[in-house]
Design a protein around this ligand. Structure first.
Ligand code: AMP
Length: 211
């Protein structure tokens, strides 16, 4: 067992936008994450190590206490089942929107619509609030293909610039939620390692204030 705090970071966009924050905090990984094959990496802060994992695995590591802190998208956190973590800070990075989109706004037929999404829970909540009954089809990627191939009428997906929708002839229909990356903490760690965790959380707070 190590006494270091473990920070789990989502691979991809979130990692890319987190590295400058970590550098500002004196907590940059000591190895080049693009090159190393190591999975647990020390940082310039002797109290903190990082693990870089799939976005959907970050909350699991934090919920079970395998990581004390994690950085994950709100889109992933909204899909979460179970307990064990607190959302402690909106880091304001990797901002985008969870949107409903389809081939043509406002022209859906009266029948029960099919919706492709990775975000089943958020989509279910959205359509329940709208009082609409739809069939939700879970996909793990390339949601835009749903309407293009006739698999579904609509998609619920993340939209940043809107380029992907436009390139595939799809139009935004409704804005479901604003998304950004959040710092999350294991509930038990927050109690047991209060001082060390609070110090790291304050460092994140100061780093984002400087952006
Ligand atoms: P865009 O073409 O800029 O609207 O980006 C849309 C594509 O990028 C979709 O495939 C999204 O799933 C993905 N995407 C956009 N923003 C994010 C984000 N913050 N995190 C993860 N995926 C994203």
């Amino acid at each position: 067992m190590t006494d270091k705090i473990t920070l789990a970071i989502s691979k991809g966009r979130i990692l890319k936008e987190t590295i400058p924050l970590l550098e500002r905090m004196g907590m940059a990984p000591v190895e080049d994450l693009g090159k190393t094959r190591k999975l647990l990496i020390d940082t310039e802060n002797p109290d903190v190590r990082v693990v870089v994992i799939r976005a959907t695995d970050v909350p699991t590591y934090v919920q079970y206490g395998a990581a004390d802190l994690g950085i994950a998208g709100k889109d992933i956190l909204m899909e979460l089942e179970g307990d064990g973590l607190y959302e402690v800070l909106d880091l304001g990075i990797c901002k985008c929107r969870l949107m409903l989109a389809g081939k043509q706004a406002g022209t859906q037929s009266g029948g029960r619509l099919r919706v492709a999404t990775k975000y089943v829970k958020s989509a279910q909540q959205y359509f329940a609030q709208q009082g609409k009954q739809v069939e939700i089809i879970k996909l793990y990627g390339s949601m835009e293909l749903g309407p293009l191939t006739g698999l579904t009428d609509l998609i619920v997906d993340l939209v940043d610039t809107g380029n992907t929708l436009r390139a595939n002839g799809l139009q935004p229909i409704d804005h479901i939620a604003d998304i950004s990356s959040r710092l999350v903490a294991n509930k038990a760690s927050l109690k047991v390692r209060f001082d060390t965790l609070q110090a790291v959380i304050s460092q994140f707070r100061n780093a984002i204030a400087e952006i």
